[in-house]
Ligand binder design. Structure first.
Ligand code: ZN
Ligand code: ZN
Ligand code: ZN
Length: 365
């Protein structure tokens, strides 16, 4: 698998005119090698020449964590008194164009620029984004699995198994986080819990606000699985009693907009059109000014990655694109709501990975 991915990376380097690819921290490195670099002051760097053997330069004390893949890449450990910048520069040799990982620490790039014989520098995303945006079969299976586990926690929320009224947002956020891990996530990336008027802030930080009966609770949570792939889901619940007509009204508009955007996410459709479908329905419903973020983001080894479902992104949806569709309506001072599913663009139409109801479920908890 990694050999194939390195071949695809080399082909892409030829396409975009890159002679050597340099990857450090971030998701590009594990995508190509299976190895995740620790974000340390000690340099880890994959040197991948377009024509030549790949070498993973790692601190000696990290080397035992590397699963070597003979014929795919070799490992070159460096000792505490070695100069890893000189080591990488030596492996690079004379290169016209080097592309360096977008998340690489600036200090390493600055040091490399001083000594490496490189004509010009570009971002590795120019090589890697197109590869990583379209998921292969194993990646799609991983995303389905992660979404299924996030679904379980959302279902517990809907079933009233997660107590809400009388608890703080932070308490509920920690409860959701524990459940994500209990279901199999290796780590939690976020668990937004926003009650009442706080739900009007899309990325509200769960805090000391106590949840009351008869209000909206917006929950947006996701984590990373042991295999590196992410989940991300948003559902809203109403805490007891019948929601006011105004809430039913705007939630209905949101639900229709989300469903229409999902249905529009067919192969060959520009990403921005999926955003446009959601935005038009919300605007027609009279809530346009209160939907102020893009409709979605790609997901994979990173919680947010390409393709972005946003106005101005003319990229056409292609098989294997995995992304969220998550419009929201946020009415300042009142409340807000968002509905989010993860989708995969497929030949038979969009495959929705989250199966929990989109309805505004009333929970008496
Ligand atoms: Zn978000
Ligand atoms: Zn989310
Ligand atoms: Zn999301």
């Amino acid at each position: 698998m990694h050999a194939q991915r390195l071949d695809r990376a080399r082909a892409r380097m030829a396409e975009v005119g890159v002679d050597v690819l340099l990857l450090s921290v971030g998701a590009d490195l594990p995508y190509l090698t299976g190895y995740t670099a620790m974000p340390l002051e000690r340099l880890t760097m994959l040197v991948l020449p377009r024509d030549g053997d790949a070498v993973l330069v790692v601190p000696r004390l990290e080397a035992p964590r590397v699963v070597e893949q003979p014929g795919v890449f070799s490992v070159r450990p460096w000792d505490e008194t070695d100069d890893p910048i000189a080591l990488v520069a030596g492996l690079v040799g004379a290169a016209g164009v080097a592309a360096i990982g977008d998340r690489t620490w600036a200090r390493f790039l600055v040091d490399l620029q001083a000594v490496a014989r490189v004509g010009s520098w570009r971002k590795a995303s120019e090589v890697m984004t197109a590869l990583r945006a379209r998921k292969d079969d194993a990646e799609m299976a991983a995303l389905r699995h992660a979404s299924g586990l996030a679904d379980k926690v959302a279902a517990q929320l809907h079933a009233g198994e997660i107590p809400l009224v009388g608890r703080t947002e932070l308490d509920v956020s920690q409860d959701i986080s524990r459940r994500l891990v209990a279901e199999g996530h290796a780590k939690v990336n976020f668990a937004i819990v926003a009650a009442g008027e706080n739900a009007a802030s899309p990325h509200h930080d769960a805090g000391g606000r106590v949840i009351k009966a008869g209000e909206m609770v917006l929950c947006d949570f996701g984590g990373t699985m042991p295999d590196g792939y992410c989940s991300d889901i948003t559902r809203c619940v109403w805490t007891g009693g019948e929601p006011p007509a105004q809430v039913r009204e705007f939630y209905g508009v949101l639900q229709d907009a989300q469903a229409a955007a999902v249905a529009a996410a067919v192969i060959g459709t520009p990403c921005e059109e999926v955003d446009g479908v959601a935005r038009k329905l919300i605007s027609d419903g009279g809530y346009g000014e209160w939907f102020m973020h893009r409709t979605g983001h790609g997901i994979g080894l990173e919680e947010h990655e390409d393709p972005y479902i946003v106005s101005g992104n003319h990229e056409l949806l292609a098989p294997g694109h995995a992304f969220s569709v998550e419009p929201g309506i946020y009415i300042p001072g009142l409340t807000g709501a968002r509905i989010e599913d993860i989708l995969i663009a497929a030949d038979g139409g969009p495959e929705v990975l989250n199966h929990v109801t989109h309805d505004l479920v009333v929970v008496d908890a």
